[in-house]
Design a binder for this molecule. Structure first.
Ligand code: SF4
Length: 83
């Protein structure tokens, strides 16, 4: 799944997005509530919050390798590197 704001896009592999435990971890980790859990437990991206991303990298730490990508649309789609 991917959602695009004006400055930031977030991409999550479909496999990771359907993992309820990971969805809960991401919802907990993000300080600006870009990740949420649907009623079924799967991941939702909160589009109105995308551009609030502070590039903290906590979602990258919470998720296994490269399942979450933070894409800087203002910088030629460069991806945020894990801390
Ligand atoms: S980098 Fe930080 S603010 Fe941005 S989506 Fe990940 S956890 Fe949220």
């Amino acid at each position: 799944m991917r959602a695009d704001g004006i400055f930031i896009a977030v991409e999550v592999s479909d496999e990771a997005a359907s993992d309820a435990a990971l969805a809960a971890k991401l919802a907990e980790a993000c300080p600006v509530d870009i990740f949420a859990q649907a009623g079924s437990g799967t991941l939702e991206l909160v589009e109105r919050n995308l551009d609030e991303c502070v590039l903290c990298g906590l979602c990258l730490t919470a998720a296994p390798d490269a399942t979450v990508k933070i894409i800087k649309l203002y910088d030629g789609e460069a991806t945020l590197a894990p801390a």
